[in-house]
Ligand binder design. Structure first.
Ligand code: DHB
Length: 390
C-alpha cells in the first residue's frame, strides 16, 4: 500500500501524529506490534499538561477528557511531615493539569482515527524499514501475510523498545545521552477513596512517595523502592504501612483499600540526537525517556508530534523544508528542558543511596526555598503545567 506518512507505533506519539496529519489533509498508516486491547489497557501515567489538554480539545478528541478528567489547580510538596501547596493556577496565569489516564487518551485517539477512516494495523510482526534516506518502505507481517507500505516520510513512534531509533547510525550521526538512577517506583492501583484532593509529592527519609488518583473509587500511589524489588514480596498491609509512614502527618492520612495492581517502574533519563535521519523522524519515547517524577512522558510525545505534523504540513503545502530541517532543534529544546525538570524533581524528592543526614537536610532546605518563594514556586508551577507548545 501507499501513504504519505508511514507511522511505526500506536502510542501517544504515533496516534496523535496520525490524527494531526489527518486534520491537515495528509494520509498516514499506523502499525503496531501490540493488539488494540493491549494498547487500550496498559496502565501508564495519568497527568496531562495544559497544552496537551488544549490540543486534544481543539482537535476534537477532548470530549471524554473534559467529562471524566479531573482538573487539578495545585499540587502539594510534603516534607518534614507537612504539606506545602503550590498553587499552579495562580502562579501560571490560569493554567492547570488534568488527571486522565494515558490509556484513556489512547482509546479516544484510536476511536477518532477509526471514525475518520484512518488506517491502523494492530498485531503486526517482522517490522523492517528500508531506504529511509531515499524512498522509505516499511515491511511487516500481519495475519501471516507480508505487507509493504511505500511512503514519503516515516514516523518513528515505537516507544522505548524502539526499532526505528537504530536506523540512525550510531557514532558519527547518532549520539545517545543516558542516565540510570539507583532506584525505582513501586506503583499500585487500589479501590479506595482519595486521600487528598490534589497530588502529593513527598520527601521522606525512607524515600519518595506520590499520592495520585484515577477516579473517586480508584487511587494511584507510588513509593520509591529498590529496582530489584519483587512486588509479590509486598502484602497490602506492608504497602499501606510504608505509604502511611512516608506520607501521614499534619492532618493528612492515607486512605487504604484493596490493592488490585502492583508494578515496578524503572527510572531512566535518555535522549538521542538527532531526531531525524533522511526521511525518518523520531518522536516520543523512541527518542527520549524521562524519569516519571512530574509525568512528562506522554506530554513530550504530544509536543514532539505537534511540531512534526506542522513541519510535514508545511512541506506538503509549499514544498518548504525549513521546518523539517529544524525539527530536531525545535523538539529537543523542550525535551532537554523537560529532562532538566524531571531530574530536578527527582533529585529534590528522592533518597539517593549513600545519602547522609547532610544530604537529607540539604534537600529539605531546597524544598523550603522552593515552597517559601513565589519565584521558586512559579518556576516549578510553570514547568509542571507544561511550557507552551512551540
Ligand atoms: C502520576 C504519575 C506521575 O509520574 C506523576 O508525576 C504524577 C502522577 C500518575 O500516574 O497519576
Amino acid at each position: 500500500m501507499r501513504t504519505q506518512v508511514g507511522i511505526v507505533g500506536a502510542g501517544p506519539a504515533g496516534l496523535m501524529l496520525s490524527h494531526l496529519l489527518h486534520l491537515r489533509g495528509i494520509d498516514s498508516v499506523v502499525i503496531d506490534q501490540r493488539s488494540r486491547e493491549n494498547i487500550e489497557e496498559t496502565i501508564k501515567a495519568g497527568v496531562l499538561e495544559q497544552g496537551t489538554v488544549d490540543l486534544m480539545t481543539e482537535t476534537g478528541v477532548g470530549d471524554r477528557l473534559k467529562r471524566e478528567g479531573f482538573v487539578h489547580q495545585g499540587i502539594e510538596l510534603r516534607f518534614n511531615s507537612l504539606g506545602h501547596r503550590i498553587n499552579l493556577y495562580d502562579l501560571t496565569g490560569g493554567r492547570a493539569v488534568t488527571v486522565y489516564a494515558q490509556h484513556e487518551v489512547l482509546k479516544d485517539l484510536i476511536a477518532k482515527r477509526l471514525a475518520d477512516g484512518g488506517r491502523l494495523v494492530f498485531g503486526v510482526s517482522d517490522v523492517t524499514v528500508e531506504h529511509v534516506t531515499s524512498s522509505p518502505k516499511i515491511r511487516f507481517t500481519v495475519g501471516g501475510t507480508g505487507q509493504e507500505i511505500d511512503c514519503d516520510f516515516v514516523g518513528g513512534c515505537d516507544g522505548s523498545q524502539t526499532y526505528c531509533r537504530f536506523l540512525i547510525p550510531a557514532g558519527e550521526i547518532r549520539t545517545d545521552y543516558f542516565r540510570q538512577y539507583p532506584f525505582a517506583w513501586f506503583g499500585i492501583l487500589a479501590h479506595a477513596p482519595p486521600s487528598s484532593d490534589e497530588l502529593i509529592y513527598t520527601h521522606h527519609e525512607r524515600g519518595f512517595a506520590l499520592v495520585s488518583t484515577r477516579s473517586p473509587d480508584v487511587q494511584r500511589l507510588y513509593f520509591q523502592c529498590d529496582p530489584e524489588e519483587n512486588p509479590d514480596d509486598w502484602s497490602d498491609d506492608r504497602i499501606w504501612d510504608e505509604l502511611s509512614t512516608r506520607v501521614n502527618g499534619g492532618g493528612t492520612e492515607i486512605k487504604t483499600g484493596p490493592i488490585f495492581q502492583k508494578s515496578i517502574l524503572q527510572f531512566r533519563s535518555f535522549v538521542c540526537e538527532p531526531l531525524q535521519y533522511g526521511r525518518l523522524y523520531l518522536a516520543g519515547d523512541a527518542a527520549h525517556t524521562v524519569p516519571p517524577t512530574g509525568a512528562k512522558g506522554l506530554n513530550l510525545a504530544v509536543a514532539d508530534v505537534h511540531v512534526l505534523a506542522r513541519a510535514i504540513g508545511s512541506f506538503y503545502d509549499s514544498k518548504a523544508t525549513d521546518q523539517l530541517e529544524a525539527y530536531t532543534a525545535t523538539a529537543l529544546r523542550r525535551v532537554w528542558r523537560a529532562q532538566h525538570f524531571s531530574w530536578w524533581m527527582t533529585s529534590m524528592l528522592h533518597r539517593f543511596s549513600g545519602a547522609n543526614d547532610f544530604d537529607l537536610r540539604r534537600q529539605v532546605a531546597e524544598l523550603d526555598t522552593v515552597t517559601s518563594s513565589v519565584a521558586g514556586s512559579a518556576l516549578l508551577a510553570e514547568n509542571y503545567v507544561g511550557l507552551p507548545l512551540s
